[in-house]
Design a protein around this ligand. Structure first.
Ligand SMILES: Cc1cc2nc3c(=O)[nH]c(=O)nc-3n(C[C@H](O)[C@H](O)[C@H](O)COP(=O)(O)OP(=O)(O)OC[C@H]3O[C@@H](n4cnc5c(N)ncnc54)[C@H](O)[C@@H]3O)c2cc1C
Length: 499
């Protein structure tokens, strides 16, 4: 007799959503989380009265999340107070000029047409393509398992329009952008978003070019911080008897006769379970927690062949004034080619760039309750990466923060430093230490075509029976809605295969 029906390792979005859904199936579920908080990369912490989001700063493409809450007998909107962010973003160039895109497709066409009438017309063609593709993706791709070629065939059968979009998988993000937009100023507003998937525009499939469109379907911020999303799953799960233990690190998955039978904690305690769900990096899971001795040769080679996804530093700033910004998200303008150059000349060589770009998140634009009255919060995501040539993040962090603030003062937020009341930075090395993300990898594994869908570690392990994967490591990959889709997929597979 096992202690639990299901033990879940990690309380990130993938783990906590799967756990709640499994509790809904009537299973006895235990979630083990090594940190003191729910949500992993999608959580929120407080310092001196300011609330900062650890990583994720908005949620969009919310259908998979709505599907998960519907399965729990409730709605996303009932569980989480979602504030819509309109405008969806402002792009700030180094000469100080700004372009702001509203949510409305038509109003965005007007903005683009004001400086490039031809691209303004092509914006509608781009929207037509991406509207239909997004429908197909949400229907047939994101919430379905992609473990085998038969699963892919089922995706096509579910929505045969899938085939029409094969060119989006063969062409790159950059190909799609440059096909639809010719004006450099427009391209500068849509280059950076490829890094939302962890790769430069030349290296990721064109399907990811849906982001500059889906931002106009609605960008949302949960009142109270991003942690409200995993908290809502926790609340729903706990009502159904699910238990969560914090500060509890899993050291080993117990495998006997090629079947997962439970876990061993860092203090040596063994907890038995009929099914184990992993929400942690798949390389760590298979190579460290399970151990190579339990893996067939091909699986060993396969799992070692994955590279970690990119890491990023985050700078959290508490301010005593309202910063001169226009949107919840501001991006520093960069062309697709500029992002590629950064990748090949900086990331691959370990040299941080002099002229950095990235994202400025201003959550108190949407939700004033995150800071004392009249005060504001900024979460900055300047581009950066784990491996630094000739130095390390503990040495580099103060210089990096200083350079970033100096640059932002020059062309984006004049006078910023005079108003800082709280300043913190989480480097990729800190992400590795605090959330056990190897190399600070925010999407666990590379997210290019060779590691997508059937090529990503399976949701239902074929090497170890009774073992299921959720989170960024498995299909459909990193991101808040996608990891929740993975929770949905794992719980559906467990319902089917583990009666
Ligand atoms: C800086 C940043 C910005 C982002 N911005 C966005 C955004 O705006 N929108 C968006 O959609 N996505 C964004 N993302 C991505 C998104 O946050 C993540 O892809 C998603 O939240 C990851 O969920 P996950 O299920 O993979 O779990 P994770 O968040 O990776 O959580 C895994 C959990 O497992 C725990 N754990 C690890 N090892 C063990 C162990 N041995 N025992 C017990 N527990 C363990 C960890 O402590 C952690 O809590 C961002 C990510 C980052 C880092």
């Amino acid at each position: 007799m096992s202690d639990y029906d299901v033990v879940v390792i990690g309380a990130g979005n993938g783990g906590i959503s799967a756990a709640a859904l499994l509790a809904r199936q009537g299973r006895k579920v235990l979630v083990l989380e090594q940190s003191a908080s729910i949500g992993g990369c999608c959580s929120t912490f407080e310092k001196n009265g300011y609330k900062f989001d650890v990583g994720a700063s908005i949620v969009e493409v919310i259908k998979p999340i709505e599907m998960a809450f519907a399965k729990l007998g409730t709605t996303f909107q009932r569980e989480v107070d979602l504030i819509e962010c309109d405008p969806v973003m402002t792009i700030i160039d180094r000469d100080g000029s700004r372009i702001t895109y509203p949510r409305s497709i038509d109003a965005t066409a007007e903005v683009i047409s004001s400086f490039s009438p031809a691209d303004g017309k092509r914006w509608y063609k781009f929207v037509d393509l991406m509207r239909e593709f997004t429908e197909v993706a949400l229907n047939a791709f994101f919430p379905q398992p992609a473990d085998t070629l038969a699963d892919v065939a089922k995706m096509v059968a579910k929505d045969p329009r899938f085939l029409k979009f094969l060119p989006l998988f063969i062409n790159s993000y950059q190909d799609i952008m440059e096909k639809y937009f010719k004006d450099e100023r427009v391209l500068k507003t849509m280059g950076y978003q490829s890094l939302y998937f962890g790769h430069p525009p030349a290296m990721i499939p064109g399907m990811f070019a849906l982001i500059p469109y889906t931002e106009h379907l609605g960008v949302y911020y949960p009142r109270g911080g991003m942690i409200q999303i995993p908290e809502a799953f926790r609340r729903c799960g706990e009502k159904l008897g699910m238990k969560v233990m914090f500060n509890t690190r899993v050291k080993k998955v117990v495998v006997r006769d090629r079947r997962a039978q439970g876990v061993v904690l860092a203090d040596g305690t063994e907890i038995t379970a009929k099914v184990v769900v992993s929400n942690i990096n798949a390389r760590t899971l298979y190579l460290d927690l399970i151990g190579e001795e339990h893996l067939p040769g091909l699986v060993r080679t396969g799992i070692k062949s994955y590279k970690y996804s990119k890491g990023v530093p985050m700078i959290y700033v508490g301010l005593d004034y309202s910063p001169p910004l226009d949107s919840h998200h501001s991006l520093i303008a960069v062309t697709p080619k500029g992002v590629n150059d950064y990748w090949f000349n900086n990331v691959e060589k370990g040299v941080l760039p002099k002229d950095n770009f990235g994202l400025i998140c201003w959550p108190t634009h949407a939700d004033k309750s995150l800071a004392p009255e009249g005060h504001h919060v900024l979460n900055l995501i300047p581009e950066g990466f784990y491996r630094l040539a000739g130095t390390n993040w503990d040495e580099e962090k103060p210089r990096f923060v200083d350079r970033t603030l100096t640059a932002l003062e020059k062309f984006a937020i004049p006078g910023l430093r005079d108003h800082i009341k709280v300043l913190e930075c989480t480097s990729p090395l800190d992400f590795e230490r605090r959330l056990l993300l190897p190399e600070g990898a925010i999407y666990a594994l590379q997210q290019d075509l060779p590691a997508a869908a059937v090529f990503r570690p399976n949701a239902r392990s074929r090497a170890i029976k009774g073992l299921y994967l959720t989170g960024s490591s498995t299909h459909p990959g990193g991101g808040v809605p996608t990891t929740i889709a993975s929770g949905l997929i794992a719980s559906n597979l467990i319902e089917r295969y583990e009666p």
